[in-house]
Design a protein around this ligand. Sequence first.
Ligand SMILES: Nc1ncnc2c1ncn2[C@@H]1O[C@H](COP(=O)(O)OP(=O)(O)OP(=O)(O)O)[C@@H](O)[C@H]1O
Ligand SMILES: [Mg+2]
Length: 264
Amino acid sequence: MGRFKTERDHDYYKTVDDAINAYTWAAIVKIQERRVIDEVLGPIGQGKEAKIVLAKRQNVYVVLKIFYPTSNRFARRHSYILGDPRFRRLKISDQLHLVETWCRKEFGNLARAHAAGVKTPKPFDFYRNVLVMEFIGVGTTPAPRLIDVGLENLGEQTFYQVLRDLEKTYIVAGLVHSDLSPFNVLYDGESTWIIDWGSAVRRGHPKELEYLKRDVEKIVQFFKKPIDPTQLFQKIVERGRERHIEVDDEGWVLVRGRRITEDI
Ligand SMILES: Nc1ncnc2c1ncn2[C@@H]1O[C@H](COP(=O)(O)OP(=O)(O)OP(=O)(O)O)[C@@H](O)[C@H]1O
Ligand SMILES: [Mg+2]
């Protein structure tokens, strides 16, 4: 049977909101104390699970990705807990713990991908539910996503930049992004930047291949390439098994001296 919201619910949610705001604010103060950032400027973007806030670090713009402790995504992911009426009032501390884990995971994935030479925002630090990373954009305007730019306004090289980084993510970083799509790639007019690494998994994860295949399919589909996504996926997996890997001066993975583009 359904349940109507009551006065007490309202009080409960207000208490939760206040607690989360205080918690997030304390995290930002901590990051400032660590001198990771000097100044917080204001919100510039919003996702389903986080707010993106512009800040300054040594006179350069950076962004704070502030994860919402009550995001739907967590609710979905943890539906076995949050969806269960017995746990409807999951303790705030548990919600905060989930969100901190997610933030730490995104930081770790970003650091790994960035170190492998994948074009992603450089991560600087994180504390609790706040992640600090490089700002991608011009002036204070964030770079648009591929989906906002539209295929007709993207040059031929764009597909190859994404393919190069998709392969490098798998082979050099040893990760699968797992949420790759034109919604999670920014375009600054020249280069593509892969963002939103919270879902990425390490190679060896039981669903590694399923996720990699889906990432490849979404990219091939968006760029409307006359390429069989299954074959491309298989090619990447096959190349990923090789032991002698190099990266050329344009950032392409070389397997036995060959770029993937020479074989598709
Ligand atoms: N480093 C950055 N530089 C500039 N803009 C950014 C940056 N990171 C994120 N953004 C902007 O904020 C939006 C949300 O970021 P992101 O995709 O990481 O959040 P999310 O909540 O995980 O998203 P989703 O809605 O896909 O779950 C992006 O689509 C982009 O427009
Ligand atoms: Mg996103």
